[in-house]
Design a protein around this ligand. Sequence first.
Ligand code: F0G
Length: 351
Amino acid sequence: THQWRGIIEEYRDRLPVSATTPVVTLREGGTPLVPAAVLSERTGCEVHLKVEGANPTGSFKDRGMTMAITKAKEEGAKAVICASTGNTSASAAAYAVRAGMVCAVLVPQGKIALGKMGQALVYGSKILQVDGNFDDCLNLARGLSENYPVALVNSVNPFRIEGQKTASFEIVDALGDAPDIHVLPVGNAGNITAYWKGYKEYAADSVSTRAPRMWGFQASGSAPIVRGEIVKDPSTIATAIRIGNPASWQHALAARDESGGFIDEVTDREILRAYKLLASQEGVFVEPASAASVAGLLKAAEQGKVDTGQRIVCTVTGNGLKDPDWAVAGAPQPVTVPVDAAAAAERLGLA
Ligand code: F0G
């Protein structure tokens, strides 16, 4: 029988684990790489979606969290802490359960999606809503981890990056080589750092013949890397990437420059347009932040920055069910019918 074993077992020789490391896993990774017909048509390229919402807690964070929690357990930690816009905390909470650890979570008050709050609660984490933004939460979490017996599992923890780099391995393994371009949403900038590390490692070992250009997209109201300065009061409907001072800022610049790529911004309107296109035309329901990659690709194509015939992978980072408000908002209310086939058929335009 073949079941995907999770990223640590599948890529053990490329990760910092030993035979005695106590692996904490929910069999994350092994996510679908889905050909995107409509996006391919629009760009004249071969576009694929790496659907990270298919992970156990619904986002790419699980790749990093299996590593971070595994190493915390190996080092004897009894408790972990993270700051989060919602997905890191959902993931940390779940993996802490698997490891038998306490999980503390700091989230910006009123700025995380309901599904993510539900996850942190049902997994039994200790949640504090902070009267501040994500950047404030991360400062607080760092301070607590330095002064109290609790391990920090944000992406400043290098084991998170190690785990997340496996998405690049999966893409090369599936396509037979690296794509020409890889497109990602950028928030705290850990993921673009991780993908670039993974692509570089495979290229260095000649598993692939090259590494892709890395294209990152921030939300316009939260685009410190694009602006070149900290954004004090970040805003965007894509709450997952509502971040004004990314921890991996310098690594994101390195990924951009070493790969010959760029980091640009997309407006909330562009994000929502891509969000609806992904669901209604490609059948892939993602959360708004995830649509920033696709919004960015479409923007670049409109600007004439996308030469035809290239192979492009867009990571869509989180599941649409985490934040369904944006699917319901503005959509027409479904009509109510009696229990009557004729009436239903008429309403459906079948009669
Ligand atoms: N997409 C989603 C759905 C996210 O949750 C995040 C980050 C990103 C993209 C950006 O990734 O930070 O590595 O550049 N979410 C973090 C969290 C901040 O707390 O869940 P990044």
